[in-house]
Write a protein that binds this ligand. Structure first.
Ligand code: ADP
Ligand code: MG
Length: 326
């Protein structure tokens, strides 16, 4: 069992940002409206995710750390589960196999809850506690018992970069959730959770960028597009500032990124890229989430159609801007 967990851990827990991803996605799935992420030394010494979500029933806390224990629906059509689908209850046991983990949680307003400490996959402490409704997961000394894995870690700055990038995008995908991210005690991101995506764009990219965003929207029998793209004069030297959200989940799609850049580059034939945050709604049957859930990649059943639609909406909007001289 412990070996199976360590093997699974190799897939689930590639680096600190994978731990952050799993913990934060659980917090989102639990219906949290505030999620605080605290990391130290690029996440290698400490990762703490605190949420005000549904919490875990004291009776279920140990089970949550067993393999394939999931309380979630697992239907491939259930796009809302896209992020956790790949692991089917493997995240917590995998993390617990390669780190010291503490879980403090309560499902009740009364604050009656439980604290569980796991080390090397075994229970070190289990006790009743009083704690606000929600969950605090603390992961310390990642890869302390798998030194070979530890050796592959890049610099603290690189690991932090992955974490920060991920939290930024998740915050962009969930403007209704108030996120904070801090590293070694310094706050790197704070969003308000008001539901206003432009506010999140300001928090992530700065108010200057937020001010120069164009609102875009479009309708199609199968799709609905809403979001923001930066004005042509505001360009970036890399393409990492494009965030695509499908049915409420942040995803990665090479094809959609291509569509966005294609629209942009037909009008601006330069080697520069926009800041863009686009949310696309569609019937869950039109998107296949099983391609590579751990990497957040998806496949669309009517890909050329979707691509054309996005290109058209963006070209129309950007085209109107490009005619203005200067
Ligand atoms: P999965 O997310 O695929 O269900 P995990 O290993 O990530 O598997 O989590 C196992 C279970 O622990 C979840 O199904 C959920 O019931 C519970 N859980 C984990 N984190 C939280 C949290 N922050 N709030 C509430 N429940 C949680
Ligand atoms: Mg999970």
């Amino acid at each position: 069992e412990q070996l199976a967990n360590q093997i699974a851990a190799g897939e689930v827990v590639e680096r600190p940002s994978s731990v952050v991803k799993e913990l934060v996605e659980n917090a989102v799935d639990a219906g949290s409206t505030t999620i605080d992420v605290e990391v130290e030394e690029g996440g290698l010494t400490l990762i703490r995710v605190k949420d005000n979500g549904s919490g875990i029933d004291p009776e279920d806390i140990e089970t949550a750390f067993q393999r394939h224990a999931t309380s979630k629906l697992l239907s491939s059509k259930d796009l809302f589960r896209i992020a956790s689908l790949g692991f089917r209850g493997e995240a917590l046991p995998s993390i617990a196999a390669v780190a010291r983990v503490e879980c403090v949680t309560s499902p009740e307003e009364s604050g009656l809850g439980r604290r569980l400490v796991m080390e090397g996959g075994t229970v070190k402490a289990l006790e009743d506690v009083n704690t606000p409704q929600g969950t605090v997961m603390t992961v310390k000394d990642l890869f302390y018992n798998t030194p070979a894995r530890l050796k592959y870690m890049k610099s603290i700055q690189t690991e932090l970069g992955h974490i920060s990038d991920y939290i930024n995008r998740l915050a962009l995908a969930h403007p209704g959730i108030a996120f904070t991210l801090s590293h070694n005690g310094n706050t790197l991101l704070r969003t308000q959770g008001t539901g206003d995506r432009l506010q999140v764009i300001a928090a992530v990219y700065g108010t200057g960028v937020a001010k120069s965003m164009l609102a875009v929207s479009g309708d199609h029998p199968d799709y609905e597009l809403m979001g923001y793209i930066s004005k042509p004069e505001l360009t970036r030297s890399n393409r990492n500032s494009i965030t695509v959200i499908v049915n409420g989940r942040y995803i990665r799609s090479f094809v959609l990124n291509q569509a966005i850049m294609q629209a942009y580059h037909t009008l601006l034939p330069i080697n520069r890229f926009p800041v863009a945050v686009l949310e696309i709604g569609m019937h869950p049957g039109l998107v296949d989430v099983n391609v590579h859930p751990s990497k957040m990649e998806v496949r669309f059943s009517k890909e050329p159609e979707l691509r054309t639609f996005i290109e058209q909406v963006l070209k129309e909007k950007l085209g109107a801007m490009v005619h203005i001289p200067g």
